[in-house]
Design a protein around this ligand. Sequence first.
Ligand code: ADP
Ligand code: MG
Length: 245
Amino acid sequence: MSAEKIIDVRNVSKWYGAFRVLTDVNLTVERGERIVICGPSGSGKSTLIRCFNRLEAHQQGDIVVNGITLHDKMRNVGEVRKNVGMVFQHFNLFPHMTVLMNCMVGPMWIKGVPEAEARRTALQFLERVRIPEQANKYPVQLSGGQQQRVAIARSLCMQPAVMLFDEPTSALDPEMVSEVLETMTGLAREGMTMVCVTHEMAFARAVADRVIFMNAGQVVEQGKPDEFFGNPQHERTRLFLSQIL
Ligand code: ADP
Ligand code: MG
């Protein structure tokens, strides 16, 4: 029996106007897999993972997420987004809502979960990211690391099939990076399917099943962390690794 594909990307290309930002990208993510995507700034990493929940549209090739094919005429984008959690570099919490409400509104408004149940779930996930005591504060009253952990909890409250992370630690002060990485490592250990765009290579070594290197809109190389870091095949990958390690 073949493993269940949560994300299946076949020969995908995308343009911003005349600029080809993605070229023939192929990538599959199976249930329970942890993927790290790295590559230089501007290589198309954010664009690619934003295509996975249709925050961006691709123009060529096929993307299937949790069994749903993404295309221009689809009516069930909401169904896709319910299943795909996303954590951004800049947290993107709702500033006018408490931490607790940030975690409750998705399930209540998008899934129709009753308020009492949404509250229970929110508290459970705030517990899991170890900040239940911040529940009644507003985002602005929290540190960056705490805000990012709320963003993770908020996504988890939707019980997604896969979590996407787009450089979740790169806007944080250095002393707050580890608390977010520890939270992500915990999720990985619990079997969450994850696609993480990050340059935290120690994290990649510790938790990734596969590391993918992108350059100029293409997947240049991918492999298990040991192979990828120990014996990169392409000159461009070696150059990139020499610059960040
Ligand atoms: P990365 O996340 O790897 O840094 P991005 O996916 O953000 O790369 O961007 C890839 C390229 O596409 C960059 O050259 C960027 O300037 C360009 N780009 C990103 N978003 C847009 C957009 N909305 N319109 C036009 N060009 C864009
Ligand atoms: Mg990016």
